[in-house]
Design a protein around this ligand. Structure first.
Ligand code: CA
Length: 222
């Protein structure tokens, strides 16, 4: 899952980025409203964390512009403590959730997971497809026979994205965009390597290659 983090308090955003990374998110950071609006419009994020008090362009304005352009990405706003009107204005402008500063990182992660799950799948329980169950807390996967495989960071990010989008063709470039951040050297051929590793762990049947198009995750629907 790829997240845009918009926050002008640099030590805070570096800490959030580090913590989110541990949870299997890739994070792009921007520290002002102008860059935020550009990145949010150009890149396919799975969620955006948006501080409202920003230099160059206020967060609320950035948020309304995205929504006016039809951008439906889930957005959680960071508001000042006790500023109830910011929450109301934020929801009116199209925010999906808010968190008042200071907050515990665990709460941000929990809210982010719910938002993304809600926007990408119907199921907000644990992620389960065709007998395969993802253990998001420990970054592992359990198959239908109950045998468990640990996943590396990239394998986990890739598998989670595919499990959230079963039975559709996922191109290598789409997978790359959701598994790596903006600054990474995004070579889509690397995806092949990780697909191979996942097949070694999960068997060959769950991830099919669509020649020239990409991959399909999951057994075909009856
Ligand atoms: Ca701020």
């Amino acid at each position: 899952m790829r997240v845009l983090l918009v926050e002008d308090d640099i030590p805070l955003s570096q800490q959030i980025k580090k913590d989110l990374h541990k949870e299997g998110f890739v994070v792009d950071m921007v520290d002002n409203g102008i860059d935020a609006e550009f990145m949010g419009a150009e890149e396919p994020y799975d969620a955006i964390i948006l501080d409202l008090g920003l230099p160059q362009r206020p967060g609320l304005e950035v948020l309304s512009h995205w929504r006016a352009q039809g951008n439906k990405v889930p957005i959680i706003i960071l508001t000042a403590r006790d500023a109830w009107h910011q929450k109301v204005d934020g929801f009116k402008a199209g925010a999906d959730d808010y968190l008042a500063k200071p907050f515990h990182i665990e709460e941000l992660i929990a809210r982010l997971n719910v938002l993304i799950r809600r926007s990408q799948t119907q199921d907000i329980g644990s992620l389960q497809v065709d007998g395969l169950k993802l253990d998001e807390e420990h970054q592992a996967v359990v198959d239908e026979k109950g045998s468990r495989s640990e996943l590396t960071g990239t394998e986990f990010r890739l598998l989670r994205y595919m499990m959230m989008h079963p039975r559709v063709v996922l191109s290598k470039s789409r997978l790359t965009e959701h598994v790596y951040d903006y600054s990474s050297d995004r070579d889509s051929n690397v995806i092949e390597v990780y697909i191979k590793r996942l097949r070694n762990k999960l068997g060959n049947e769950l991830i099919k290659t669509k020649r020239g198009q990409g991959y399909i995750f999951g057994k075909p629907s009856q």
